[in-house]
Design a protein around this ligand. Structure first.
Ligand SMILES: *[C@@H]1O[C@H](CO)[C@@H](O)[C@H](O)[C@H]1NC(C)=O
Ligand SMILES: *[C@@H]1O[C@H](CO)[C@@H](O)[C@H](O)[C@H]1NC(C)=O
Length: 609
């Protein structure tokens, strides 16, 4: 018999729970993962069938919101995807429970865990922080002076978080690492505020990630001034021209200096150095505005006393220690025609009368006298001309415009008055013209033959004058007269001895004198005690002596100079130049022998006439 077949249908009961393949799922995802990116898939199996074996996936019961914000678990497929922003720097790892539920009645649940590691990426730039405010540094700071403290950070990990900090090229600074990402910014060379008064130092931080990320920051460093520049005048020397007789207190000029430093180190004050002019300090002639360098005259100047002032002006800054510079201001005094010509021969003060004698036998061209005047001014202002302004008989006398020689225009006749008066006007060439006059009374004497006596008489007439110049003039004229007389007598004797050619002898020599313009005169300036006198050692003709006589007074006047200054040769040359200027038709050279401190022997050579 066929055993009865009993078909037993075993009906499934939900007696198997879903089982995960792993108790812990591990995965990793880059922090840069985009939304929707799949991370892993969890899988659970259920041995039951039908709904009892249908599995659905869920987060574990106590899963935090942060996990739910970052990931999603697909109910059906178990795929875990990214749904939020991941940031390694916030959360480095996510760990959460997952469950799988079947659809049986009652449902059964399986459990597992998921660990997702977030992979760091170089997504954070290094961060530079100033840990101290940059301190200003003075321009003379030694190399290595700290200016600021810096700190650098990078949130990334590993190489992504390792940072190198450098100063951009071109700055005189460098970074000195101290500890643990701290640096000090120090000077790397000598600084000069006058070149760069401040710096915005670029420091650059670069991490070692790939690709690396870079940040830069500028650190403002102010350079402090040191008084290391002296004031500089716009010019080393200035030339200023001032007319004499300028009003006292007038502003003359402005000097100006600049200082490259700043504030007090560049604040300048001007002053005049303590020099002296003829023993008077410069500060009594000039004043300088200390603030702006404007130069004022404290006095009216006299060209005839001082022609040039050399003032040293100084500019000084207010630094500590202060620095200063000098400049020279040459103040040239310009001549004005402020001096009247002065008649030095014939010696007669304004208005008084000079007396001259001449023989009635005088021929045309006879030299009666020679008027000589000097003018203390210079150049054109001292060019003197002579003019016959009035005359008793203007047909008889003429005055040479340049030399002042008074000569007869014709022979004197018996009809001419014995007393003749001439008014001679002496003018300079300045603007305005200054002039003076001299009155010359001429006595025409019948018995007189030689001009020699003129000098003797003249000499005896002058003895009342007490001025120095006149005194020397008298002395010199006396000497000349004595010499003239001596010559005259020698000549007379010579002429008398040579049978009867006396008269012609003299005439011959006289004309010789005019033909030969080169004469030698030896003059000795004697300075015994307080009295100075002039001795004539050589020379021959009367006419020569006469014109020479007129030289003596200016010469003796300037011989004062030779007394005062040891090296007076130059002064004397100037004197002679002055003489030449007032007597344009002659040129004189001279020799002067220096004995101890003065010039004692002078020989004059007149080289042209
Ligand atoms: C300097 O200052 C004085 C007085 O204040 C003024 O008269 C003069 O004009 C100034 N000079 C310059 C160059 O500014
Ligand atoms: C300026 O001149 C004074 C004297 O006048 C002198 O002592 C000083 O050294 C000079 N200064 C300079 C910088 O030349």
């Amino acid at each position: 018999p066929i055993p009865p077949l009993i078909q037993v249908n075993v009906r499934d009961v939900n007696d198997n729970e879903p089982t995960f393949g792993e108790t812990l799922y591990k995965a990793s995802v880059k922090e840069s993962a985009g939304i929707g990116q799949s991370v892993l898939t969890i899988l659970a199996t259920d041995l039951d069938e039908g709904p009892n074996g249908e599995v659905e996936y869920f987060f574990g019961e106590h899963t935090s919101e942060s996990v739910k914000g970052a990931f999603d678990v697909n109910v059906k497929s178990g795929e875990v995807t990214v749904i939020g922003n991941l940031d390694y720097e916030d959360v480095k790892m996510y760990m959460f429970d997952v469950s799988a539920k079947d659809k049986g009645q009652p449902e059964l649940t399986g459990h597992s865990s998921v660990k997702i590691d977030i992979i760091d990426e170089n997504d954070n730039e290094p961060e530079i922080k100033l840990t101290s405010l940059p301190s200003p540094v003075s321009e003379n700071a030694t190399i290595g002076t700290a200016v600021a403290l810096l700190n650098v950070k990078d949130k990334d990990s590993g190489d992504n978080g390792k940072v190198e900090l450098v100063v951009a090229p071109g700055y005189p600074f460098k970074l000195k690492p101290s500890f643990d990402n701290h640096y000090s910014l120090v000077t790397d060379s000598l600084l000069d505020r006058e070149v760069n008064s401040e710096y915005d130092v670029q420091v650059i931080a670069t991490d070692l990630g790939s690709p690396p990320l870079t940040t830069s920051k500028s650190v403002h460093v102010k350079i402090l001034d040191i008084n290391d520049n002296r004031p500089e005048f716009t010019h080393a020397s200035y030339d200023v021209y001032v007319r004499e007789n300028n009003p006292a207190g007038a502003s003359l000029f402005s000097v100006s200096a600049a200082d490259k430093d700043e504030s007090k180190n560049a604040l300048l004050t001007y002053s005049i150095a303590d020099t002296k002019f003829q023993d008077i300090p410069a500060s009594s002639y000039f004043y300088i505005n200390a603030e702006n360098g404007t130069l004022y005259s404290m006095n009216s100047f006299d060209y005839e006393k001082l022609k040039l002032f050399q003032i040293v002006v100084r500019a000084k800054d207010q630094g500590s220690p202060s620095l200063s510079s000098n400049a020279t201001v040459n103040v040239f005094i310009l001549d004005q025609n402020d001096n009247v010509p002065v008649v030095i021969y014939p010696s007669a003060s304004m208005g008084s009368v000079s007396h001259q004698r001449m023989p009635r036998s005088a021929k045309m061209g006879h030299l009666v006298t020679k008027v000589t005047a000097v003018d203390a001014d210079s150049g054109h202002n001292a060019w003197i001309s002579y003019r016959l302004a009035e005359a008793t008989d203007s047909s008889l006398f003429a005055v040479n415009l340049y030399t002042g020689e008074v000569r007869t225009k014709r022979s004197v006749s018996e009809q001419d008055d014995a007393s003749q008066r001439l008014l001679i006007e002496i003018k300079d060439n300045g603007e305005p013209v200054q002039s003076t006059t001299v009155t010359v009374d001429i006595l025409i004497e019948d018995g007189l033959h030689e001009p020699v006596s003129d000098f003797r008489h003249k000499a005896s007439e002058k003895d009342k004058k007490n001025s120095k110049i006149t005194f020397y003039l008298i002395l010199s004229l006396a000497s000349v007269s004595v010499l003239s007389l001596l010559t005259f007598f020698i000549l007379l004797i010579k002429c008398a001895r040579s049978s009867r050619g006396g008269e012609s002898c003299c005439i011959r020599r006289d004309s010789d004198g005019y033909k030969n313009p080169n004469r030698n005169l030896q003059i000795q300036l004697n300075t015994d005690g307080p009295i100075k006198y002039v001795e004539v050692l050589g020379g021959d003709m009367m006419s020569q002596s006469q014109s020479f006589g007129s030289y003596l007074s200016p010469m003796s006047e300037f011989s004062d100079l030779t007394m005062v200054k040891p090296s007076s040769t130059l002064d004397f040359k100037d004197t002679l130049r002055g003489l030449d200027a007032s007597l344009p038709d002659s040129a004189w050279t001279f020799e002067c022998q220096q004995v101890s401190t003065r010039c004692v022997v002078i020989s004059f050579v007149r080289s042209s006439f």
